[in-house]
Design a protein around this ligand. Structure first.
Ligand SMILES: [Zn+2]
Length: 120
């Protein structure tokens, strides 16, 4: 099941965006994706928060993925997953922020109420 993604945390100055756009360098946000991502070189399963398709010379170049923990990855350097294997190890920061933001139902960890408000 795909999830609706959040806006990217990374903002660029409008003058840089305009200069790059004239060169055919721009990116478009992903609207939805599978919820989890595992980097090929990593051991943790991260939760996907945002993603962008990047263009060079007006052609798709690569897709970047932002995680709830603040780290990022690239398609081709990892894999999106609908669910994780039974023995998978999840990124604690991603899981805590996702629970605190209300993505997983109750905002509780270890029986305590938690709240996470993502910066936009
Ligand atoms: Zn993470």
């Amino acid at each position: 099941m795909k999830i609706e993604l959040q806006p990217s945390r990374h903002k660029r100055h409008e003058s840089v965006i305009q200069r790059d756009r004239e060169r055919g360098l721009f990116s478009m946000p992903l609207k939805s994706s599978l919820p989890f991502f595992r980097c090929n070189q990593g051991i943790l399963i991260h939760r996907i928060r945002a993603g962008r398709v990047h263009y060079m010379n007006f052609k798709p170049s690569h897709t970047s993925i932002e995680f709830w923990c603040g780290n990022s990855g690239f398609m081709g350097k990892g894999v999106m997953m609908e669910s994780a294997p039974d023995r998978a190890v999840f990124c604690a920061t991603c899981e805590g922020r996702a629970v605190g933001a209300g993505l997983c139902g109750n905002r509780e960890i270890n029986g305590r109420k938690v709240l996470y408000r993502p910066k936009l």
